[in-house]
Design a protein around this ligand. Structure first.
Ligand SMILES: [Zn+2]
Length: 281
């Protein structure tokens, strides 16, 4: 059993007390029961006065593009055959919704989202959830077209990224780094109170992201908590160094599959959007 005070001690040792932290946690990585489970872990952060942010992505709100004008080229969707063959029946998103894709996000992210004081960003597919004093400041500027605003805020607030038993293939901030390097995020479609909306979305392949480890090694702090390896990075430096590495060698993010459509389109710069893309019907 990993006790609460052991977790709090680890957070202190990692220099995370009182900071904003984007957490990607694998509860299984501890190899032992954490006192109070995911809720106990979140409580340890809150006792240390951290503001905790996690991705709270949900594909429940994904819908089909309606017209050809909404389907740009090089958008990690090939010729859109999948969307033409499948009719999605999305829910309607609002920031009070508690729906997330549990299999991808994990139980810790759900615990953050379900917390009585949690807040959620305004993005139907790739919202972030946060709890703690600075939750509002982290999330307020997220919109459909500004999917990574919470990371921009995290960087501005000298926050951290904590990979808790997870590796860089789970580090969503590296998609923000892709955007900083000049790539356009992929476009997807979703439903919220406005009806069908187009959004910049996460949608990229992250299977090659561990290849950025060497470029980030000088920023990384590692500690062990039970069997869980925690890798801690300062968000601003992490996103900047990763963006620089991507500019130098765009293939560094490419996964092992040479035919990976998402990686191939990302390496070329992402979707090609006509100037009037967001307003065309
Ligand atoms: Zn890939």
């Amino acid at each position: 059993m990993i006790a609460r005070n052991e977790l709090e001690q680890a957070l202190k040792q990692a220099g995370l007390g009182g900071t904003c932290v984007c957490v990607h946690a694998s509860m299984r990585s501890f190899g032992d029961r954490v006192d109070g489970g995911a809720q106990g872990l979140l409580d340890a952060f809150l006792m240390q006065k951290c503001t905790v942010m996690t991705p709270a992505f949900s594909y429940h709100y994904l819908c089909n593009p309606v017209t050809d004008a909404q389907m740009p080229r090089r958008n990690a969707a090939g010729n859109y055959a999948w969307y033409r063959e499948h009719t999605l029946t999305p829910g309607i998103y609002d920031i009070n919704s508690k729906e997330l894709s549990l299999e991808d996000m994990g139980v810790f992210a759900r615990t953050v989202l379900m917390h009585e004081n949690s807040m959620r960003g305004n993005h139907p597919l790739n919202s972030f959830a946060a709890v703690g004093e600075k939750a509002g400041a982290l999330l307020a500027s997220q919109t459909w077209q500004d999917v990574y605003a919470p990371f921009r805020q995290l960087c501005g607030m000298d926050g951290f990224v904590l990979m808790m038993g997870t590796d860089l293939t789970s580090a969503t901030i590296l998609h923000y780094a892709e955007q900083l390097s000049g790539r356009t995020p992929f476009v997807r479609w979703a439903k919220d109170g406005h009806g069908q909306v187009r959004c910049f979305s996460e949608g990229g392949c992250s299977n090659g992201f561990e290849q950025l480890a060497a470029s980030l090694e000088h920023l990384e702090k590692r500690i062990m908590v039970g069997n869980s390896i925690w890798r801690i990075y300062p968000a601003r430096q992490m996103s900047k160094c990763a963006a620089d590495a991507i500019c130098q060698d765009p293939m560094i993010t490419h996964c092992e599959k040479t035919a990976c459509m998402r990686c191939n389109d990302a390496v070329l710069g992402g979707p090609i959007l006509p100037e009037d893309f967001w307003t065309r019907i």
